[in-house]
Write a protein that binds this ligand. Structure first.
Ligand SMILES: *[C@@H]1O[C@H](CO)[C@@H](O)[C@H](O)[C@H]1NC(C)=O
Ligand SMILES: *[C@@H]1O[C@H](CO)[C@@H](O)[C@H](O)[C@H]1NC(C)=O
Length: 413
């Protein structure tokens, strides 16, 4: 009798177990990504694509990953750089996080710099790493149109393309979402968004004339930037321009800087080696001193920042009380933010409609929206961009900038 009971019990539990297994299997079959071909089309008749260079240092691993997800689109290219003060383990863990996202795995469009650079923010190694990133991105991908620099302290204020109604239904009521690709589709792809001026003001004495040497170029240990006691004359062989270090540069201009046979980019690089905060002058001076590119400058960095007066080294940290003004600003990106500041959750929820640890949803995401499934773990045609009525604020600011550009009132002056 006892043996029979035992046998029956085993039979029941075996049946129960297989039922559970069957259920699990069907659920996973149901939610696994649809095998839509991961084909990305680039070219003049396709929507534009962007190459993002995102960098940070020690303790920036998680915020770089969050920023990557907030600007992710399968058509773009991304290079992440944790400078050499971050650990090798951080770099491995960042790569692992990147590979955990199904779309990124399928499209293979995100790379992490494996051999990191030493970087002094005030010194010339800063511009050297940016040029290196641009060189890598030019080499890796022939499809992008604009190069965008972001630091771990930045965050986007617009989506890469518009989130479809199906995916974003919950948030559709208070929709502020804007659309980078859509707005950039209508403008010339040789334009460069670079905030610049030759009116040096206080910077002439404090930034242009001092001679500094960046120790990260030749000393193995971290040390203070070296200031020479002598100052030098303001250049007259070329005109010095300064402006925001945050740029959106066209592919042709970067090819000119990195692959070109004109010597101007190299001469200026040598000059800027000994300038404090070279990233606030290098691209600005190269572009404004080259006749074939100076007409392509649009005088804006497309960023939202709040500066003290007189401005310090860095803008204010933005917080929740800045949200409304920031969202209405018509800028593409904002800086700077503290790690995981609550205002970033507001941007995710109200502007990007982005779930925790998920890429920003766009027209390419074809999965349904639910708490257990990321809509962007399935995708359709990634080359279709949806233009939304909500791209207005950003479009307005771009239209105003292009009016300025047409009148040449604000260009390399
Ligand atoms: C740039 O604009 C100036 C002023 O309108 C014009 O004279 C010049 O030919 C333009 N350069 C190029 C390369 O288009
Ligand atoms: C936000 O920042 C401003 C200026 O830095 C500060 O005055 C304000 O108290 C901050 N607000 C919150 C909610 O932290």
């Amino acid at each position: 009798m006892g043996a029979e009971k035992k046998w029956l019990f085993t039979l029941f539990s075996a049946a129960f177990l297989s039922l559970i297994l069957l259920l699990l299997f069907s659920v996973s079959a149901f939610s696994s990504p649809k095998p839509f071909p991961s084909i990305v089309n680039h070219g003049a008749h396709q929507p534009p694509a962007f190459a993002y260079y995102i960098w940070g240092g020690r303790r920036d691993r998680d915020r770089i990953f969050r920023l990557l997800l907030a600007v992710y689109h399968p058509r773009n290219r991304y290079l992440l750089h944790l400078t050499n003060d971050a650990s090798e383990e951080d770099r491995h863990r960042l790569s692992a996080s990147v590979k955990s996202v199904p779309a990124i795995r399928a499209f293979g469009n995100v790379d992490v710099v494996g051999k990191p650079d030493r970087l002094t923010y005030m010194g010339s190694t800063n511009i050297a790493t940016t040029l290196r990133a641009a060189a890598i991105l030019l080499r890796l991908d022939s499809g992008w149109d604009w190069f965008i620099t972001l630091s771990a302290m930045d965050y986007p204020l617009i989506t890469q393309d518009v989130c479809p109604r199906k995916t974003c239904l919950i948030f559709w009521m208070h929709d502020l979402s804007l659309d980078l690709s859509h707005v950039f589709s209508s403008i010339r792809r040789d334009l460069n968004f670079i905030d610049h001026t030759s009116d040096l003001g206080w910077k002439e004495f404090q930034r242009v004339q001092p001679i500094v040497v960046d120790p990260a170029i030749y000393l193995a240990r971290r040390s203070q930037i070296f200031h020479a006691t002598e100052k030098r004359k303001t250049p007259d062989a070329f005109k010095v321009f300064t402006g925001s270090p945050w740029v959106v540069l066209s592919r042709p201009f970067l090819e000119f800087c990195i692959l070109g046979w004109d010597n101007l980019p190299r001469t200026l690089l040598m000059y800027f080696t000994n300038v404090l905060l070279s990233q606030e002058g290098y691209f600005h001076s190269v572009i404004c001193n080259s006749p074939e590119f100076k007409n392509t400058t649009v005088n804006s960095d497309l960023r939202y920042m709040i500066w003290d007066s007189p401005p310090g080294m860095e803008p204010h940290f933005l917080n929740t009380s800045d949200f409304d003004q920031m969202a209405q600003s018509g800028a593409a990106f904002a800086r700077q933010f503290k790690n995981d500041d609550p205002v970033l959750n507001m941007v995710d929820e109200k502007i990007l409609k982005r779930g925790h640890n998920r890429p920003v949803p766009g027209a390419w995401c074809s999965g349904g929206k639910s708490w257990f499934m990321d809509p962007c773990s399935q995708w359709g045609d990634v080359n279709i961009m949806k233009a939304g009525p909500q791209a207005k604020k950003f479009e307005e600011s771009i239209t105003n900038l292009l009016d300025d550009w047409n009148s040449q009132s604000n260009q390399c002056k």
